[in-house]
Design a protein around this ligand. Structure first.
Ligand code: GLY
Ligand code: MN
Length: 462
């Protein structure tokens, strides 16, 4: 938990932005795995944690904007509970720790919501992303669970996004703490990965480093010799010298801020003559993209810059042809990089996407493209000081996609399909760092994690 004043200030800012009404924040509940008492690890709702600071199930809060009141709803543990959980601070004590003086049992929430609505006041709530949140909203508002999305508060979403997207120094320090642990996870993986091992052996080593450092995965780890599958969550391949591994993982800081870092490593410790130029090309795209970041620059333009660097290098390698600008404008590069350059990062690894990807990453000045590849860009709007975003270009050789495009003659003017035959088993490359937008530019966060081909090879050589 941060100091009490952090949460008081955050709520005060939210009240100023909204101006009127009542805000309902639902904390998350436990989530059963296969029977009620067997639970997935608890994960708090990030907006609840941001404004209320309490990381436990069974809580909700009301922020009454007009009357400057905050009420925390939850139930005190019974002695039967304590037998299983051990002694815990009381609800009142916990509330005090985050600057809240009023508490009430969970059962009182429905009456409060109903009374405020009878008085004609707007009760704002955020979009649900779990089934039981929908059911709670159904019970509280009398809106059918499947329809609640139509009643979420756009002013509240916009206020929360405007606040959470600008990271304070104490939030940036948390993210950097998570990245410091990612440093150990990535260098540990580089040292552990050897030909003949199963991927899962390295995943086990990385998990151990992370848990020893007090972290949790901020999303399911990716560690695969089939990096051409963008989110590959299987770890049962045996690694052979010459394979490329995409290792994309992230962890959490004590106050639940995320890291999200990708490195690509050659099994056997040396990039092959085919791999190294393309690795250098992805790195060049990443470095040029990062160097272009500053307030006012649209992230969509940074994305397109990275795509042009990649297309230009692919042309030099004989895999693409024609005019680079035209190829990128047409979307031909997306055969090799069918995803966006990056996303916001904070308490959520894809920060605030639960509030709606377009309401976070887009605004009136930039609409989402419907072109394959660029359509998956999660952040397109102009950068502001305080944004933390990932910069994660990649190059992938996806046999099914290549076959389909080739058979349909898609972008045949720009793609040298015959030359791709030698790359069908290449896999993929992705390089990702987490970057803060500063007043006049950018800062790559955290301790530098080995990134050039030489640096990666040096760590792998031990
Ligand atoms: N690191 C996983 C993702 O950004 O989707
Ligand atoms: Mn990412």
């Amino acid at each position: 938990m941060f100091e009490r004043k952090t949460y008081i200030l955050r709520r005060a800012q939210l009240k100023r932005m909204l101006g009127a009404g009542v805000v309902l924040l639902l904390g998350n509940d436990e989530s059963p795995m296969n029977y009620p008492a067997n639970l997935y690890p608890f994960w708090q709702d990030s907006s609840f944690l941001y404004y209320i600071g309490l990381n436990q199930p069974g809580l909700a809060a009301i922020i009454d904007v007009d009357n400057d009141r905050v009420v925390l709803f939850g139930d005190e543990l019974t002695i039967d509970d304590v037998v299983w959980t051990g002694p815990q601070p009381t609800l009142v004590e916990q509330a005090r720790g985050v600057g809240i003086t009023e508490t009430a049992p969970q059962s009182a929430l429905a009456d409060v919501v109903a009374t405020e609505r009878q008085r004609g006041r707007t009760v704002h709530f955020l979009p649900p992303y779990r089934g039981n949140q929908r059911l709670k909203l159904e019970a509280l508002f009398g809106i059918r669970a499947g329809w609640v999305d139509q009643y979420v508060s756009l002013p509240l979403i916009d206020a929360v996004v405007a606040q959470r997207e600008i990271k304070t120094d104490e939030e940036v320090a948390e993210i950097e703490q998570a990245i410091a642990l990612s440093h150990a996870m990535h260098t540990g993986a580089m040292q552990a990965a050897k030909p003949g091992m199963l991927e899962q052996e390295v995943v086990g080593a990385v998990t151990g480093i992370m848990r020893t450092g007090g972290g949790h995965f901020s999303f399911p780890m990716i560690f695969s010799i089939h990096g051409e599958t963008l989110h590959n969550h299987h770890y049962d391949n045996r690694m052979a010298a010459g394979d490329l591994i995409v290792h994309d993982s992230g962890t959490t800081s004590p106050n639940h801020y995320a890291s999200d870092i990708t490195r690509t490593i050659p099994v056997g410790g040396r990039f092959t003559a085919q791999q190294r130029p393309l690795y250098d090309l992805v790195l060049e795209a990443q470095l040029q993209a990062i160097a272009a970041m500053k307030p006012g620059v649209r992230y969509k333009d940074v994305h397109l810059l990275a795509c042009r660097v990649l297309a230009s290098g692919l042309k030099d390698a004989g895999l693409m042809r024609g005019d680079v600008d035209e190829a990128v404008a047409a979307g031909a590069h997306a055969l090799f990089m069918p995803h966006g350059l990056g996303h916001m990062m904070g308490m959520d690894v894809h920060d605030m996407e639960g509030l709606g990807e377009d309401r976070v990453g887009y605004d009136a000045s930039v609409k989402r493209s419907d072109q394959f590849g660029t359509a998956y860009l999660r952040l397109a709007k102009a950068l502001q000081p305080g944004f933390v975003v990932t910069v994660e270009p990649g190059l992938y050789f996806i046999p099914l996609l290549i076959d389909q495009w080739k058979a349909e003659g898609i972008h045949a003017d720009f793609i040298n399909y015959d030359a791709l035959d030698d790359y069908r088993d290449f896999g993929g490359i992705r390089i990702e760092d987490d970057v803060l937008v500063t007043a006049d530019g950018y800062r790559v966060l955290g301790p530098p994690i080995p990134k050039t081909a030489d640096e990666v090879e040096a760590v792998m050589a031990g």
